[in-house]
Design a protein around this ligand. Structure first.
Ligand code: CAA
Length: 260
């Protein structure tokens, strides 16, 4: 599929950079962009792409939310469909078996904050601003923000952010655990690539298993989550990477994981 609003850069280190590009509306997510994101994550070539980084075009905005001009005349059924479209695409993103990072280069509001939250890691530039301003428009977060925000920051702060619709800066987002790190805008992508680089030196099947345990375990009982971990832990002992990784440690040599 040729994308109208997405720029894809496949780097030779296995990192794919997906840039949302709708500069006239601060990269607001219209339904075409949501379909393009869905298509991209549905068809990602995991034999080549080992990690996905998502960012926004320009220096001002990551994503300023869902496109308000497109939503203004929607009725109940269309609102429901839009929510399903965005939430569905973000769920597929969340379930990718590779590390995903949002490089938040500016406004991450409404659907933009929700997109960032569907990634595993968020690294923000100091000028980034976060918020869920939907109630000020007469709606609520519709791309799973009412679910993911409290998982990340707890119910009290999630309710405060959603009920007030206020914006917070990157330092406050760091303080409440919404982002992993904050850096100067000029350093953002290099910092992201450095963190991803560390991840990509580790066993990819192990990272995928850890991601499944963390993502799925949250919604399980303690016994179910621990049982899931037991199974995933056991399965890794059937991989070449486990044999190789442990022998390399014992033989004091460097290891190159194969993802097998
Ligand atoms: N949808 C449509 N257009 C948007 C937009 C959005 N979410 N955000 C910004 N734009 C447009 C503006 O209308 C403006 O267009 P014009 O030049 O044609 O007037 C252009 O982008 C630049 O924006 P501003 O002039 O407003 O820039 P600013 O620097 O003064 O303010 C801002 C920046 C604070 C981000 C402000 O644009 C803003 O508040 N945007 C809306 C943020 C928002 O409410 N997001 C949530 C949307 S609802 C949602 O996301 C639902 C969901 O959960 C799925």
């Amino acid at each position: 599929m040729n994308y109208q609003y997405l720029k894809v850069e496949d780097r030779n280190d296995g990192i794919s950079v997906l840039t949302i590009s709708a500069p006239k509306t601060l990269n607001a997510l219209n339904s075409t962009i949501l379909r393009e994101i869905d298509d991209y994550v549905s068809n990602i070539d995991l034999s080549r792409v080992k990690s996905l980084v998502i960012t926004g075009d320009g220096e001002k905005s990551f994503v300023a939310g869902a496109d308000i001009s497109e939503m203004v005349h929607l009725g109940e059924k269309e609102g429901f469909e839009l929510s399903k479209l965005g939430a569905g695409a973000f769920r597929k993103l969340e379930q990718l078996p590779i590390p995903t990072v949002a490089a938040v280069n500016g406004f991450a509001l409404g659907g933009g904050c929700e997109l960032a939250m569907a990634c595993d890691i968020r690294i923000a530039s100091v000028n980034a601003k976060f918020g869920q301003p939907e109630v000020g428009l007469g709606i609520i977060p519709g791309f799973s923000g009412t679910y993911r925000l409290w998982k990340l920051v707890g119910q009290a702060y999630a309710k405060e952010l959603i009920f007030t619709g206020k914006m917070i800066d990157a330092q406050e987002a760091l303080r409440i655990g919404l982002v992993n790190a904050v850096c100067e805008p000029a350093e953002l992508m290099n910092n992201v690539f450095a963190m991803v680089g560390k991840m990509l030196r580790n066993a990819p099947l192990a990272i995928a298993a850890a991601k499944r345990c963390i993502n799925n375990g949250f919604d399980m009982t303690a016994d179910e989550a621990i049982a899931l971990e037991n199974v995933e832990f056991g399965k890794l002992f059937a991989t070449e990477d486990q044999k190789n990784g442990m022998s390399a440690f014992l033989e004091k040599r460097k290891v190159m994981f194969k993802g097998k």
